[in-house]
Design a protein around this ligand. Structure first.
Ligand SMILES: [Zn+2]
Length: 283
């Protein structure tokens, strides 16, 4: 079973996580730029952070045979500081030349403020201008519905191709609108907040597996890279095939990320080598 972690904050994780992921089928991770847990003071700090995720982190992943791609962005939380944000935005285009950088993300809303919206919109426009993919974070539960609604309104007013936009951290009450509008959606599986493997499979059974990316985020907070493997087991227990799991956990990321010319991992079909496997029963 080959798995891609399309949203993974590797700098917050250990080498042992890479090793165990490699042993459990992970072939690639994609690292968006996000909040470090404290507000940074200088644009230069972001530049070094972008270098870390686009130049150094791929070498750490390569030690375990895992491909590493990255996104650059001013994250939604620090976007409240518009002066700093514009300084950071000026530095971003140079990273689009990096062979591992596939887009602009994660951007979007944290508290759905006017300042956040200004920086969100500027980054969407930059991504379109530089032919970059777009990864959008949606806010935590207190503001998720309002923030998702406003995200869709802002996008509708800009010249974006929905096929090249991924709206992440959707839950039961926010999944339908982005899908109906033609965007990709992401389920983020966390041990305590956001979504669980079982709820993710419920949503897959309700809405199908098209334009869907499942991720573990796996950052410096309570998170677990192996929630994806848990989700694969849950799918199998409900009678979905291994190829169904591959479509969701490997091939869907290849279809979305493959819109970037830098992404060269191809979808796989296991039918030819499929062996008889025991039927799993639901727990
Ligand atoms: Zn993230």
């Amino acid at each position: 079973m080959q798995i891609i972690q399309p949203h993974y904050h590797a700098i917050a994780r250990t080498a042992q996580d890479y090793e165990k992921m490699a042993m459990s089928g992970v072939v690639a991770v994609c690292e968006p730029a996000f909040w470090a847990g404290f507000d940074r003071k200088y644009a230069g700090t972001f530049v070094d952070y972008f270098r870390q995720i686009s130049e150094f982190e791929p070498t750490r992943a390569a030690d375990y045979g895992i491909r590493h791609f990255s996104w650059v962005a001013m994250n939604p939380k620090e976007a409240e500081n518009t002066t700093l944000s514009h300084e950071v935005l000026e530095q971003m285009p140079q990273f689009f030349q990096n062979p591992n950088v596939i887009g602009v993300g994660e951007i979007g809303f944290h508290k759905t403020t006017r300042n956040e919206e200004e920086i969100f919109q500027a980054q969407v426009e930059m991504a379109v201008q530089h032919h970059q993919l777009i990864l959008i974070h949606t806010p935590h539960l207190g503001d998720k519905v309002r923030g998702t609604k406003r995200t869709l309104e802002v996008l509708a007013g800009l010249n974006v191709d929905p096929e090249r936009v991924w709206i992440d951290h959707v839950e039961e009450h926010t999944v339908k609108a982005p899908l109906d509008a033609g965007y990709w959606v992401g389920f983020t599986l966390y041990p305590i907040t956001k979504c669980t493997p079982k709820r993710a499979v419920d949503m897959i059974e309700m809405y199908g597996r098209e334009r869907l990316l499942v991720n573990s985020s796996a950052d410096w907070g309570p998170s677990d890279p192996f929630t994806l493997q848990e989700c694969v087991m849950e799918l199998r227990r409900r009678g979905h095939s291994v190829q169904d799991a591959i479509e969701i956990f490997h091939n869907n990321p290849c279809h979305f990320l493959g819109q970037s010319p830098k992404w060269d991992i191809k979808p796989v079909r296991l039918e030819e080598i499929e062996v008889e496997r025991p039927v799993l029963t639901p727990r």
